[in-house]
Design a protein around this ligand. Structure first.
Ligand SMILES: NC(=O)c1ccc[n+]([C@@H]2O[C@H](COP(=O)([O-])OP(=O)(O)OC[C@H]3O[C@@H](n4cnc5c(N)ncnc54)[C@H](OP(=O)(O)O)[C@@H]3O)[C@@H](O)[C@H]2O)c1
Length: 289
């Protein structure tokens, strides 16, 4: 990668940020397409966000990813927010369009494209979503309009019910939300076609944990776990063992990154190159085999 006076800079801001896989996937994509772009990370504390956005303007940084804890807080410092990011109340991508900072959210479209590109049919299907946190909300906003029936279970039941009402208001579709319990999960799973884990359960270092018992899974189910560390979560292992279709968390990561790339570069992202970069890194770190 040759840095010149014309090189465009993209970056991610968050705290912590050292673990981010985004530099890896975007620099691999820039290199592959021989684009004069570079991607770096900046650790920005909560109280430094306003200054950081001023810096983005002054330094004419071309594109920005935004991660915890700034996804909502950044909105007030931007010039324009696209409709989806506004509805969700969270931004993960910013484009600097000749000085105008425009906010987007690509997490949900990442999940949608991960399912579609892994041949998971959504039309006419019943989807059960576990979780009602930041990622779950974004995913729900993109998937609810696509499926026949949408149900949400969350440890904090109030959040599941609030998310269900939010989806009903936006899509005039029947959505049910309730408190996560083993009995309700087992019951709702019986006639679900697609199961998505959007909780952090199963994430390193608690990789032996799962909310779903193996005997509740069926071969006809499609199971996506958005946790990507480890690559093969216990839920994914169990789903594979019963013969269910599985979609890895890295797929969502790849497709949300691809959507950000396309916003900044205005051309299709080299998805395969981005996927390879992530898998190589996870293998080297012993997170995938
Ligand atoms: N693949 C990707 O591209 C991608 C993108 C974003 C996030 N992620 C992953 O998705 C996970 C969630 O991220 P987030 O940003 O949505 O976090 P978040 O906003 O903090 O939400 C966490 C969710 O997990 C639930 N939860 C946590 N511990 C639980 C437990 N012991 N039992 C049951 N539920 C539990 C929470 O329930 P309560 O509401 O009751 O607390 C909440 O629904 C993380 O592992 C993150 O790394 C992956």
């Amino acid at each position: 990668m040759k840095i010149s006076g014309k090189t465009k800079v993209c970056c991610v801001v968050g705290d912590p940020i050292e673990h981010s896989l985004s530099p890896l996937i975007h620099n691999a994509a820039f290199r592959h397409l021989k684009l004069d772009f570079v991607y770096v990370t900046f650790r920005v504390k909560k109280e430094e966000l306003e200054d950081a956005v001023r810096g983005v303007r002054a330094l004419k940084i071309h594109g920005l990813n935004v991660t915890m804890p700034h996804k909502t807080a950044i909105i007030k410092y931007l010039d324009e927010i696209d409709q989806t990011a506004k509805a969700i109340g969270a931004v993960n991508t910013v484009l600097n369009a000749d000085g105008k900072l425009i906010g987007f959210n690509t997490d949900g479209v990442g999940a949608l494209n991960a399912l579609k590109n892994n041949q998971v049919e959504l039309r006419g299907k019943k989807l059960l979503l576990l979780g009602a946190g930041g990622a779950a909300k974004t995913i729900a906003f993109h998937l609810a309009p696509e499926v026949e029936e949408f149900r949400i279970l969350n440890r904090t039941g109030k959040k599941a019910r609030q998310l269900a009402s939010f989806l009903q208001e936006n899509f005039s579709k029947k959505v049910m939300g309730d408190t996560l319990s083993s009995s309700l999960l087992k019951e709702w799973l019986k006639d679900a076609d697609i199961l998505i884990n959007a909780t952090s359960v199963g994430m390193h270092p608690h990789s032996d944990q799962t909310l779903v018992k193996r005997e509740w899974l069926r071969p006809e189910l499609a199971v996506m776990d958005i946790v990507y560390n480890p690559l093969e979560t216990r839920l994914i292992r169990d789903a594979k063992a019963v013969g269910a279709k599985v979609v890895y968390g890295t797929e969502m990561l790849v497709y949300q990154g691809a959507a950000s790339f396309e916003i900044w570069c205005g051309r299709p992202a080299p998805v395969e190159v981005m996927r390879e970069a992530i898998l190589k890194n996870l293998k080297e770190a012993g997170i995938a085999s």
